[in-house]
Design a protein around this ligand. Structure first.
Ligand code: PMT
Length: 399
């Protein structure tokens, strides 16, 4: 996330989901954002303005005509001038209707007649209200005006109906804010990113695989997308939720991954191979489950898989190629060998034995080496931050 010093106006209208708005505020503040809160009178019935006053270190705005002499007279205009983004969460059917129709009968809706920054509308209401043609039309009007209208979750609602209309969670909302505000420095670039392990079937029950969770590759895909790239994520089997908005191609074996990479490689500007494909597969895949017999040992014969990255390295024209190396010893030496052998622009070398690094962890500690053998020795950091460091390096090469 990159929300440090971003100026965010959080508008809150009067629905039960307003109980989640302090959570949004808290996450934004933790990311270093500056927050000003605007509440409708109805919203103040659900959550106290004092909560937001304390959390934001700022006055909370709700009255059109404030009694407080320190507040500006034309607050609704001052707020729109100040904001990098306006987020209305929750946005009730009533407030959405007023904004769509230009009604300005409170500070929040008056502000929405004068907005000039990006706007995110986060609806929350009963299913029938959401599906009412009036609300549908109003939401369409807001979308047509260029506002980002987020979806809702289906769940048991406060009114005891089960259905669509539950407000998104604070984490999801803050993630959307981050996406909108992010500099789109990778716009116009096609990224092909691989993630996760591959699995090589022995028989219908057993397979060979490795410990890759896919986290590193998924973070690269998510961050590249936030920065404006068009991303195809080729993923082996993982338990991860793919970020919305990218093209997910799910594969099983190294051969499947090879086929997918080769299909899209020519239209790709940047290939990042964070996956851990199996180097070998069983020479023969048994069609039926192999039976345990009275035997002292079982020998499994293996055949080599194609080296996907090496093949693309031989074929590359002006694509940027980034490889990873998972090493347990002599990492720099082994990594340097791979950068030459596979014709890479960058290699990211993890020592999989290092603490909190490599497989499965949320953090990683790596060396990044370029073609000229320049070594960047990075501190331990989250895989999200590392993804951005790698993308910064890719951007330099693209320029
Ligand atoms: O998924 P996580 O749990 O987050 O863990 C991240 C990671 C440790 C898996 C990742 O950061 C990583 O190091 N990935 C590369 C693992 C690997 O296969 O390393 P390697 O040294 O065996 O391969 C070197 C490069 O060649 C890699 O970019 C690999 O994708 C590629 N390769 C390998 C074999 C093969 N048959 N084809 C390939 O393209």
């Amino acid at each position: 996330m990159d929300l440090k010093d971003k100026k965010i106006v959080l508008g809150i209208s009067g629905g039960i989901s307003a109980y989640k708005s302090p959570g949004i505020c808290s996450l934004l503040r933790k990311q270093g954002a500056k927050v000003k809160v605007v509440m409708t009178q109805a919203a103040t019935e659900f959550v106290s303005p004092l909560t937001f006053r304390t959390m934001t270190d700022n006055l909370v705005y709700s009255e059109m005509f404030e009694k407080n002499p320190s507040q500006a007279l034309v607050e609704h205009i001052e707020l729109t001038k100040w904001a990098d983004i306006i987020v209305i969460a929750p946005a009730t059917a009533n407030t959405i209707a007023k904004i769509a129709n230009g009604i300005a009968d409170n500070l929040l809706t008056s502000m929405m007649l004068a907005y000039r920054s990006p706007v995110i509308i986060v609806p929350a209401m009963n299913t029938y209200m959401l599906n009412n043609p009036a609300t549908r039309q109003n939401l369409k009007t807001l979308r047509d005006r260029g506002m980002l209208v987020l979806g809702t979750h289906t769940d048991l609602l406060a009114c005891k109906d089960v259905g669509d209309g539950k407000m998104l969670e604070p984490e999801e909302i803050v993630d959307e804010i981050d996406t909108v505000l992010r500099k789109k420095d990778l716009a116009g670039k096609n990224f092909l990113i691989t993630a996760g392990p591959t699995i090589e079937a022995i028989d219908p029950v057993r397979y060979l695989s490795n410990h890759s969770s896919g986290k590193m590759g998924y973070e690269l895909a998510r961050e590249a997308m936030k920065r404006g790239a068009k991303v195809k994520l080729i993923s082996g089997p993982t338990n991860l939720q793919a970020p919305k908005g990218l093209d997910l191609i799910q594969v099983q074996s190294t051969e499947d991954m090879y086929q997918a990479v080769e299909k899209y490689f020519d239209q790709t500007h940047v290939l990042i191979k964070a996956a851990a494909p199996a180097d070998f597969r069983p020479a023969k895949q048994a069609m039926e489950k192999i039976k345990k017999k009275d035997q002292d040992q079982m020998v499994l014969e293996l055949s080599p898989n194609k080296d996907i990255l090496k093949t693309m390295g031989q074929r590359k024209k002006d694509q940027v190629l980034v490889g990873f190396a998972a090493e347990s010893e002599n990492e720099l030496e082994n990594g340097l060998e791979k950068i030459t052998k596979k014709n890479l622009d960058l290699i990211v070398i993890n020592n999989i034995k290092a603490k909190d690094a490599g497989f499965k962890t949320d953090t990683n500690k790596v060396l990044i080496v370029d073609k000229d053998k320049q070594v960047q020795d990075l501190d331990l950091m989250t895989k999200t931050d590392l993804a951005n460091v790698i993308l910064d390096r890719v951007l330099q090469i693209l320029k």
